[in-house]
Design a binder for this molecule. Structure first.
Ligand code: G3P
Length: 218
């Protein structure tokens, strides 16, 4: 399972890159706004900066919602860097655009997926990735992980190439459950990744090892 970081923050991207476990980055307009990045030029520059930090795919989202505009914006984004994946919302015009991009060699990430039917349509249209938002489903009392399992089963059964990119990750448990469910990728904020490092017994065990080492050498 690939690990993507869900952020536009360069410091956080560098931190995970330094661990040697980063496979890519996803962004969205809310994450760009969180970094205080304003204006087309600055936003595009941030996408390029992110691409230059990581080796893998970097999702950059279109703002347009009608077909012609999505195509124009997506083609501009794709030209920025070969690592750019054009992120397109799950709407009717978006599905048309994903189909167009797929036929023209532009990779896509269909975002805001909340049902297996939406994932199936995006895969049929030729999306490179689908992004089911599991935390937001949990928020409304549904199981995000059940959706990941369902989509993974459907894609496997019908041999779709589209990758399941689990998004809206809120905890280390989400990451582990996505791995169990067979997600191809998780995109997560920094905190759940750092949480994966921790276990009380690791800390206690290390303290004891270091104490015993100190005794042996005193
Ligand atoms: O990748 C989508 C993600 O950023 C949404 O996460 O926590 O806003 O539901 P969240």
């Amino acid at each position: 399972m690939k690990f993507f970081l869900d952020t536009a923050n360069l410091k956080q991207i560098q931190e995970v890159q330094n661990l040697g476990i980063l496979d890519g980055v996803t962004t969205n307009p809310s994450l760009i706004a969180k970094e205080g990045i304003k204006g087309d030029v600055n936003i595009k520059q941030r996408y390029i900066d992110i691409c230059n930090l990581v080796g893998g795919d970097v999702s950059a989202e279109v703002i347009a919602t009608d077909f012609e505009e999505i195509i124009k914006e997506g083609e501009e984004l794709a030209k920025l860097h070969h690592q750019i994946i054009v992120k397109v919302p799950m709407i009717k015009e978006g599905i048309k655009a994903i189909n167009y991009f797929s036929k023209n060699g532009i990779k896509t990430n269909c975002t805001l997926i909340f049902s297996a039917g939406q994932a199936l349509l995006a895969a049929k249209a030729g999306a490179t990735y689908v992004s089911p938002f599991i935390g937001r489903l949990d928020d409304i009392g549904e199981s995000g992980i059940d959706l990941i399992t369902q989509i993974c089963n459907i894609f496997k059964l019908h041999s779709f190439d589209t990758q399941v990119l689990a998004a809206s990750i809120r905890s280390k448990e989400h990451i582990i459950q996505c791995a169990e469910a067979g997600a191809d990728v998780v995109t997560t904020p920094l905190a759940p990744i750092l949480e994966l490092l921790k276990h009380d017994l690791t800390d206690k065990g290390l303290t004891k090892f270091l104490e015993d080492h100190a005794k042996n050498n005193s």
